[in-house]
Ligand binder design. Structure first.
Ligand SMILES: Nc1nc2c(c(=O)[nH]1)N[C@H]1C(S)=C(S)[C@@H](COP(=O)(O)O)O[C@H]1N2
Ligand SMILES: [Mo]
Length: 401
């Protein structure tokens, strides 16, 4: 009998082959094993990052690099779906704005993008939907990310709604589809094009960014311009964009219709993308509330009687972090951590917690974030075949000597 689960497995195996996403399909890796095999390597313009694959380049940020709530450009993770990635020449680059629901199509140069629209800034977390997928148990196919397929930056650019307003939208507009300069190298691989529901595209926080932390975007993070969709998972954050299309019918390519979907009802979702929903699945939209411990790795030695200053980050879809708590007894008693500076509701929020170990041996510390909606993290993985939305409580096991 073909169950729904096996059907989905096939769908994802198909993704693996056609998208060239997976180099290690066959390895039934356990979480520990996945992380043990990590290799640090340097991409042009980057600090050494954890290499998950070369072709296409998929590199994640080691947790120890997150010692600030803003992630520096040279530490920011890199994720590409397609193998045809070329550096874009900013002077020759053009951004076309059109589509069947645009009244007056037009083109922009990089200079015009910067000068013709009011520049705005937003600090926002860019997190891959599949962040932590490598920790899925049972193992699932896809890039075997650990904790670092995410970063937080100050993005500067033009509002997408201002860019669309210059073209003028017809009443038929349903979605805004965005394409990038990257392309497949095999005919069988579908081009990576993503759409947003019109309402999200017109949100004043949705921008086309040409600066990241005060500099031009690094090539691997989308030079010369990328889409910033605060609160939503990074699959929508199109890099190296070349076209913006206002369309009156749902975009039906592989990346919309098959990939980046969740089984309906598995996760609470505030933001809906109704034109893309079907009976079984719904497109993934906003980020789930989450936190990590960044100051200490498993096995770190600490001294009995000396304070441990535990530090980490918390974030959510933009409701804001209400509190972070830490437990030192396996989750029975929780104590409040101190929250750091608030850089805006879409940003990483730093936190810290001080405790003194009184006995030698193993001390496990667990962190838990809660947002302003009262949503919190899970202690057991909500298993789903594509391995999305992993917000299982992060813990570290310290050795007290
Ligand atoms: N053009 C283009 N944009 C893209 C992608 C891509 O493959 N091509 N991948 C998306 C996904 S799934 C993620 S997680 C983010 C990664 O952003 P980063 O590489 O800047 O970290 O880019 C998004 N934008
Ligand atoms: Mo992603």
């Amino acid at each position: 009998m073909t169950t729904r689960r096996t059907l989905m497995q096939w769908a994802w195996a198909g993704l693996a082959v056609s998208g060239g996403l997976i180099s290690r399909l066959a390895r039934a890796g356990l979480p520990q094993g996945t992380l043990d095999t990590a290799v640090l390597e340097r991409l042009v313009g980057k600090q050494p990052l954890i290499k998950r694959s070369y072709r296409p380049p998929n590199f994640e940020t080691p947790l120890t690099y997150f010692d600030d709530s803003i992630t520096p450009n040279d530490r920011f993770f890199v994720r590409w779906h397609l193998m045809g990635i070329a550096a874009v020449n900013g002077r020759a680059w053009r951004l076309s704005v059109g589509g069947d629901a645009a009244i007056k199509p037009y083109e922009l140069t990089l200079e015009q993008l910067k000068s013709d629209f009011e520049p705005v800034e937003v600090i926002a977390v860019c997190q891959c939907a599949g962040n932590r997928r490598g920790l899925s148990d049972p193992h699932v196919a896809g890039v075997q990310w650990g904790y670092g397929a995410m970063g937080n930056a100050r993005w500067r650019g033009a509002r997408l709604k201002d860019i669309l307003a210059r073209a003028g939208l017809s009443n038929e507009v349903l979605e805004i589809a965005i394409n990038g300069a990257d392309h497949p190298v095999l005919d069988a691989t579908p081009d990576f094009i993503k759409s947003l529901p019109a309402w999200k595209a017109l949100d004043e926080n949705t921008i086309i960014a040409y600066e990241m932390n005060g500099e031009a975007l690094p090539h691997h993070n989308g030079y010369p311009a990328r889409l910033i969709v605060p609160g939503w998972v990074a699959t929508y954050w199109m890099k190296q964009i070349t076209s913006i299309q206002a369309i009156s019918a749902p975009l039906t390519n592989f990346w919309m219709a098959t990939a980046y979907r969740l089984p309906k009802g598995k996760f609470a979702q505030a933001d809906r993308f109704i034109s893309q929903e079907n009976e079984l699945t719904t497109p993934i939209t906003e980020i789930v509330v989450n936190s990590v411990i960044t100051s200490h790795a498993d096995g770190t030695h600490v001294k009995r009687g000396a304070p441990i200053i535990l530090k980490g980050l918390a974030w959510d879809a933009g409701f804001g972090i209400r509190q972070v708590e830490v437990s030192r007894d396996g989750g029975r008693v929780w104590e409040s951590a101190q929250l750091g500076v608030d850089l805006g509701r879409y940003s990483f929020r730093s936190w810290q917690y001080t405790t003194i170990p009184h006995e030698v041996g193993t001390l496990a510390l667990i962190a838990r974030a809660t947002n302003n909606q009262g949503a919190t993290q899970v202690s057991e993985l909500i298993f789903n075949q594509p391995g999305y939305h992993n917000n299982v409580l992060h813990s570290v096991s310290l050795t007290v000597v």
